[in-house]
Design a protein around this ligand. Sequence first.
Ligand SMILES: [Zn+2]
Length: 359
Amino acid sequence: MIQTVKQGRISHTQLFLGNEGVGALPLAVAYSQFINCANPTDDDSCGVCPSCVKIQKLVHPDLHFTVPTVAIEKKKLTNDFISEWRSAFIENPYIGELQWLLKLDDEGKKQGNITAEECRDIFKKVGLKSFEAKYKTVIIWMAEYLSKEGNILLKLLEEPPVGTLLILVAQDSDKVLPTILSRTQTLKIPRLKDEEITQELIQKFQLNKQDAETISRVSEGNLSLAINLVNTGRSDYFELFLSWMRLCFNSRKDIVNLTAWVESCVKSGREFLKSFIAYSEHMLRALFIYRYGNKQLLRLSEQEADFVNKFSPFIHANNLPDLTNAFNETAFHIERNADLKITFLNLSLYIGTQLKKSE
Ligand SMILES: [Zn+2]
């Protein structure tokens, strides 16, 4: 990317494709900053010129955003929510789509969308005279939300006005309109390496090496998830998971202790439960890989590896798909303010039944 900028071969319509938390969105912002920097170094923007300073704060008049929003009273377009967007991005540039939408609608009842009106607003943004930038940039985040209405953008994507850069950011190319895909140059953003996340957690959050390594393994290259895990302030995920699985296994005989476990777990709050479910999904994947996959790919601590070795006979092709769905659904309900105690107890009982299934 740096080379194409230096050689003046900038493609005017690009799609940055990367899973949640790998940094496709902050990369799009950094790219615009580099292109417009007054004094770039060999491999980065200077970070201090007026253009850099404004882009970092997302207040540059030539940097525009289109993101999914929900309609709240008279507010509905990205520009109506621009101050919320700026503070959300500055707080966590690795923000996920659901985290963002919950900032607008904390009950999570409204569906996020990029509407036809929003698409037409992109034409206005593009049509504005450039104030000061070399390249006016429009970043369209979560291009998956451009449904049929997105087709009104096709001509624009094919041939944006001179000096305009359109950067689409998406996670899943299968969900982006093929007509849009064929008109953009796709850049795949790889997942972050475990070591990169570990370093970030040690430097920014002063974690010790061991905790940082555990969290980076669990988060599977998703820095957004890693930060959530850090913010819960706990590192006893493994111990908790172990006791939970034992209680689920014996749920029919010992519902009292299971209920007590659920009650104490729920007290730690929604954010913690979200992270704990993510950790549990990580363990579930490990159990399956241990059984059917390439054991070399496992990234586990010694304790975890020992547990996986003993527990793997109970996880197999006959219950894993249903268990995975149940965890996904639970994560979804936790985000959307379901009754935590009932949700968790239901899941525990379900796990208990599934563990009894034979292969
Ligand atoms: Zn600069």
